[in-house]
Design a protein around this ligand. Structure first.
Ligand SMILES: C[S@@+](CC[C@H](N)C(=O)[O-])C[C@H]1O[C@@H](n2cnc3c(N)ncnc32)[C@H](O)[C@@H]1O
Length: 427
C-alpha cells in the first residue's frame, strides 16, 4: 500500500508545505544559489528594460537551461512542496473512478486517452492506472493509452521510473512531438510531449492537478491614471537584486487582459491557463472527453497571490530566481470565461466536497480494514485529514470540470449527475 510508505516518510516529522502556503510542520532549508539565472535576467533587463512578471516567471520556471522545473525534482519531503497525490493513494484512485465514470457517461467510446498535464512524479497517473486495471471488466476492450504533457526532462525521467520501471525510449531534438515513449507496468503505451498540441486527437480524459498555478501570470495595479502592469526591474540601489516597479503607461497586456467592469485594485491574469482551457474545450467539443482541473484558486475575487516556495518555506519571489517554485492562485472565473460557452463547466467545488462525493469515506474504511497495525491506520487517517480538513487542503483546493455540451444535455435528460459534483453549477 503506497500510502503507507509515503506517509511513513511524512511521519519522520519533516516539515511539509503545500503550495497554497500552508505547512504542518517545520523546516529544512536548502541553501542554493542560481547566479546564472539572475545574471541572465539582469542582462535581459539591462538590454530591454523591465520585464513583465509573466516573462520573469516563464524564465525562472521553464528556461530550457536553468529553469526551476527543467532541472529539479521538487516534490515531496526532500523537495520544496508536497501535493495531494503524494500524500495518499486514495486521491488518485478517486480521480481514476472519475475518469471511468465520465468515459461511461459519454457513451463508452472505443478509445480512451488518459492525458495528464504536468504529471510531477507520476504518482497520480500511477494511481489512476491501478483503478483502470481493477475496473478491467467495466472498461472492456477499450483502446487505452497514456499521454503526459511535461516540460521537464528531469521529471519525465522520474515519471518513467514510476510508471514503467524505466522501460522507455528517449528521442532527441526539440522539434520531435514525442520525446519519450514506453509501456506502463500495466502494459499500456505511454508517451511524453512538451505541449498539449502534440497529443494526438481522440476521445480523452484530461487531468491537470496543480498545473495551471505553475503557468506565468501578468500582474496589474489600478492607479489614478488607469491600469498599469507590475514589472520586474533591477534594484538601482542594489544592482544584484530585483524589485517590482509599475509600467509608466499601459502595456499591451494591461490593455487587453483586464476584463470590462473589473472592480479589484490588483489583478492577476494567467493567459497561458486561458489558452490551455480553450484548447481543452475545442478538443472535448470535437473529439469527445472531459477535463478535471484541480488547484488552489478563487472565482475572480482574490488579488495578490503570487508567491514562492523553497525547502517547504515561503520564499521571496524575486530572490535567487530559478531555485524556488513560483506560483499563483488559479482564477476559475477567468478559465470559465475563456471557454466562451462552447462547453459545460462545473465548479469550482472544494476538494473536501469533491472527494466526499466521490466516496472517500468508504474507500478509507476499506483501506483501514486491510491495515496491518495501529500505526499504519494512524498514518492513513493522517493523510485523510490533510486532504479533507477545511483548515488544511480540504477548502483551499478546488475542482473544476470541463464537459461537452452534449454531456450537459445528458445530465438534463437523465438527471445523471457528474461524479464528484453533486451540487451542479452549470455554465
Ligand atoms: C506543481 S507541479 C505538480 C505536479 C503534479 N501534478 C502533482 O500534483 O503532484 C507542476 C508540474 O507541471 C510541470 N510543468 C510546469 N510548467 C509546465 C509547462 N509549461 N508545460 C508542461 N509542464 C509544465 C512541472 O514540470 C510539474 O510536473
Amino acid at each position: 500500500m503506497r500510502t503507507l510508505s509515503r506517509l511513513k516518510r511524512l511521519a519522520l516529522e519533516v516539515p511539509c508545505m503545500w503550495r497554497d502556503g500552508c505547512c504542518w510542520n517545520f523546516s529544512l532549508r536548502r541553501l542554493q544559489s542560481n547566479m546564472s539565472m539572475l545574471k541572465h535576467l539582469t542582462s535581459k533587463i539591462t538590454a530591454t528594460g523591465p520585464i513583465s512578471v509573466a516573462e520573469y516567471m516563464r524564465e525562472a520556471l521553464t528556461n530550457p537551461v536553468s529553469g526551476y522545473y527543467v532541472k529539479n525534482d521538487m516534490l515531496g519531503v526532500d523537495g520544496d512542496f508536497i501535493t495531494s497525490p503524494e500524500i495518499s493513494q486514495i486521491f488518485g484512485e478517486l480521480l481514476g473512478v472519475w475518469c471511468v465514470s465520465e468515459w461511461m457517461a459519454a457513451g463508452k467510446s472505443s478509445e480512451l486517452q488518459l492525458v495528464e498535464l504536468g504529471p510531477g512524479r507520476g504518482s497520480l497517473t500511477s494511481d489512476i492506472l491501478r483503478v483502470f486495471s481493477q475496473l478491467k471488466a467495466v472498461l472492456g476492450k477499450v483502446d487505452l493509452s497514456v499521454h503526459l504533457v511535461e516540460i521537464s526532462p528531469k521529471l519525465s525521467q522520474v515519471q518513467a521510473d514510476c510508471l514503467t520501471a524505466d522501460q522507455t525510449q528517449v528521442f532527441d531534438g526539440d522539434d520531435v512531438p514525442v520525446y519519450r515513449s514506453g509501456t506502463t507496468n500495466t502494459g499500456l503505451p505511454v508517451y511524453w510531449y512538451r505541449q498539449i498540441d502534440d497529443v494526438p486527437r481522440g476521445f480523452s480524459v484530461f487531468i491537470a492537478h496543480e498545473f495551471i498555478d505553475a503557468l506565468p501570470i501578468h500582474k496589474f495595479q489600478r492607479t489614478e491614471k488607469g491600469w498599469r502592469e507590475v514589472m520586474v526591474d533591477i534594484d538601482s540601489e542594489q544592482p544584484d537584486k530585483l524589485r517590482f516597479v509599475l509600467s509608466r503607461g499601459p502595456t499591451l497586456a494591461s490593455s487587453t487582459l483586464i476584463q470590462d467592469g473589473e472592480k479589484r485594485h490588483h489583478v492577476e491574469v494567467c493567459p497561458d491557463g486561458g489558452v490551455i482551457v480553450q484548447k481543452l474545450s475545442n478538443r472535448i467539443t470535437e473529439d469527445g472527453g472531459a477535463a478535471l482541473i484541480a488547484d488552489y484558486g478563487h472565482d475572480g475575487t482574490k488579488t495578490d497571490t503570487f508567491r514562492g516556495f523553497k525547502g517547504h518555506q515561503l520564499h521571496n519571489v524575486l530572490e535567487a530566481p530559478g531555485t524556488a517554485d513560483l506560483t499563483a492562485d488559479v482564477d476559475f472565473s477567468y478559465l470559465r470565461k475563456m471557454t466562451e460557452g462552447h462547453v459545460t463547466c462545473l465548479g469550482p467545488i472544494t476538494q473536501q466536497s469533491f472527494l466526499k462525493n466521490m466516496g472517500i469515506d468508504t474507500r478509507l474504511q476499506i483501506l483501514l480494514r486491510s491495515c496491518p497495525d495501529s500505526s499504519s491506520r494512524a498514518q492513513l487517517m493522517h493523510g485523510y485529514d490533510i486532504l479533507m480538513n477545511p483548515e488544511k487542503m480540504g477548502h483551499r483546493f478546488h475542482f473544476f470540470s470541463v464537459l461537452s455540451r452534449s454531456r450537459l444535455a445528458a445530465i438534463k435528460a437523465t438527471l445523471l449527475p457528474v461524479a464528484g459534483f453533486s451540487e451542479l453549477r452549470l455554465h
